[in-house]
Design a protein around this ligand. Structure first.
Ligand code: FEO
Ligand code: CA
Ligand code: CA
Ligand code: CA
Length: 588
């Protein structure tokens, strides 16, 4: 009937076959181009890359390491600003003879610090194709964000005692962002980026439940950044780590403005954040905390989006309410045995509610102030009775239907007896996808229905489920990490873990989630040896998908690399674009 979403066109490309090739493999009829690589000059006057003679000063002007989230802010049809997260560094691949943080030279540590953060590079379309390349003209918006870049802390926890340090007695400014994994592009044209495993950079944490819950070690860190900057030693600067673990917002059109850490969105191992607007104009952000048995969060703004008013829209993430998800199955508990066998009603599904943790003025968790909820969010969510999930990663709403998709990457620590309907396998080696349908389709709703459309693995195995689709016609998938959509609402899923679980390279898959082909999962691309597949980002004209093979050759060394992608000499984390030769929408 009218108002019913029409099924998306079925992807017609022929799947890339599982492989272990040291390259990006794409379907017939497509082309690819390496847009930007580790070490490429970003800032005007940046030196050319010299891997054997790298310096921190050069690295701070060049494209950083391990590309994760990729987003494109288009200036017009043919020019854009590409945002890329640099999640972390693989020193074993960056430096000859590298052993560990304790024996690293101070300059090696400083290079690694400068290779973290993010980059903004101006890009341009080649002709009228779906190919994009580094801009050959002006690059006024190009920017490097590193461990030394000033950030502001905003929102209700900014200025709280828990955020004050010797270096920043106001608790409102921080140097650097750490371990930025996934992210999102907001309706008002900014980039969000999640600080994920920030705990690994700090050592000598006080022995307390607050530090332990975030995985902070009471011993030395592996990276030993405290050898170069004392703030990474928590025995001397215990609050420094409270200034990491946030969602960062950056306005690409204002290169001189410090990016902002939005405390209202809580502090945890943020995979990323994606925003959509509720019907009344409030901004709604979905967020995962990527840890075994951690939670799914949602933020609803107090104020409404105003078209064209960037100054106003840049305040949307500072006031509102932070929620955490509780999911309840609708099948009897005894029918969920951890094997992945479907319950009698034929689906892993049920209902759920968003439990409010705090607004900008009121805490809803006994024993926690607003600032304590926001700084120690994991502990507040524990107290609120949230549902322990199998590593919630990227979350995004379909632009076609408003349904929300969550990548739950895996959880090998879940015992069979700990399986529940939203996390139906114990152990969960391959992960699954959760679909959330907000009550009445309202993004700001406090109740929802949910189902599990995809239980990942080798389709020949009984414990996999492809939305009931014929499993002889689908591809294997394991460890879903990032999700995005084309404008028809097909779900694109990239993976992080297939080499370890399936013995094949990671990849980028496409699956219709509406209509009779729901569940027909195909493989669009695979990434080089030992890389995980990051991005992906599809341009608004559907002509291009950006894909970031992160950490190619991760299991090798500088002297003996397992990957030499992309140039045939040594591995360089890079961003590629993929487009159809005939100008078709990607995947269709
Ligand atoms: Fe950095 Fe959760 O992946
Ligand atoms: Ca059920
Ligand atoms: Ca990720
Ligand atoms: Ca991951």
């Amino acid at each position: 009937g009218p108002g019913r979403p029409k099924p998306a066109p079925r992807p017609t490309f022929r799947s890339v076959l599982p492989n272990n090739d040291d390259k990006v493999t794409i379907p017939n009829g497509y082309e690819q181009h390496v847009v930007v690589r580790w070490g490429d000059p970003v800032l005007p006057g940046a030196p050319e890359f010299d891997v054997e003679n790298q310096t921190a000063e050069a690295q701070a002007q060049q494209f950083g390491y391990n590309c994760d989230y990729v987003g494109l802010h288009q200036l017009d049809e043919n020019r854009g600003l590409l945002w890329v997260n640099h999640e972390y560094t693989n020193e074993n691949l960056m430096f000859r003879g590298y052993r560990n943080g304790a024996s690293a030279t101070p300059e090696q540590i400083r290079i690694a610090m400068a290779a973290h953060g993010g980059s903004i590079v101006e890009v341009e379309r080649v002709g009228r194709t779906g190919q994009w390349r580094l801009s050959t003209g002006e690059r006024r918006y190009n920017r490097r964000i590193t461990t030394d870049t000033p950030f502001t802390l905003t929102g209700p926890a900014a200025g709280h005692d828990l955020l004050k340090t010797e270096e920043d007695p106001t608790g409102t400014t921080v140097r650097g962002m750490l371990n930025n994994c996934a992210g999102g592009y907001t309706p008002w044209g900014t980039f969000l980026s999640g600080e994920e495993n920030f705990n690994q950079y700090f050592g000598n944490a006080p022995a307390s439940p607050e530090y332990a819950r975030y995985g902070l070690s009471t011993g030395a860190s592996g990276r030993r950044w405290d050898r170069v900057e004392e703030r990474f030693d928590l025995s001397r600067h215990p609050h420094e780590v409270n200034r990491f673990g946030w969602i960062v917002e950056t306005d690409p059109l204002d290169p001189s403005a410090p990016p902002a850490k939005r405390t209202m969105l809580g502090r945890f191992k943020h995979e990323g954040a994606t925003v959509r607007l509720a019907e009344d104009g409030r901004a709604v952000a979905y967020m995962g905390d990527d840890e075994r048995f951690d939670y799914i969060y949602k933020f609803v703004s107090a104020k409404k989006f105003r078209e064209g008013d960037t100054r106003h829209n840049l305040t949307l993430l500072d006031t509102g309410t932070l929620f955490v998800a509780r999911l309840t199955g609708n099948s009897p508990e005894e029918e969920i045995d951890g094997s992945g066998a479907l319950p009698a009603d034929g689906e892993f599904d049920g209902y759920g509610d968003w439990i409010p943790l705090a607004s900008d003025t009121t805490s809803f968790v006994d024993g926690f102030s607003v600032a304590e909820v926001l700084v120690h969010t994991r502990l507040a969510a524990d107290a609120a009775g949230a549902t322990k999930m199998d590593r919630p990663e990227d979350i995004e709403a379909s632009p076609a239907t408003g349904k929300v998709y969550v990548a739950l990457t895996n959880n090998t620590a879940r015992e069979p007896g700990q399986a529940d309907e939203p996390n139906p396998r114990g152990p969960n080696k391959h992960g699954h996808i959760l679909e959330i349908i907000e009550h009445n389709g309202d993004a700001a709703a406090e109740a929802f229905a949910w189902t599990v459309p995809l239980v990942c693995g080798n389709p020949e195995d009984e414990d996999t489920y492809y939305a009931g689709y014929d499993k002889s016609k689908v591809m294997p998938i394991s460890s879903p990490d990032n999700v995005t959509f084309d404008s028809d609402g097909n779900l694109w899923i990239s993976t992080d873990g297939q080499p370890g679980t399936l013995g094949i390279n990671d990849g980028l898959h496409v699956m219709p989630v509406e209509g009779r082909f729901r569940g027909e999962l195909k493989t669009f691309a695979t990434v080089p040896v030992d890389a995980e597949a990051c991005g992906p980002f599809i341009t608004k004209d559907d002509k291009t998908v950006f894909l970031a093979p992160q950490h190619p050759g991760e299991d090798g060394t500088f002297e003996a690399p397992t990957s030499v992608w992309p140039d045939g000499d040594f591995p360089r984390p890079s961003v590629v674009c993929i487009w159809h030769k005939g100008g078709r929408a990607v995947g269709r």
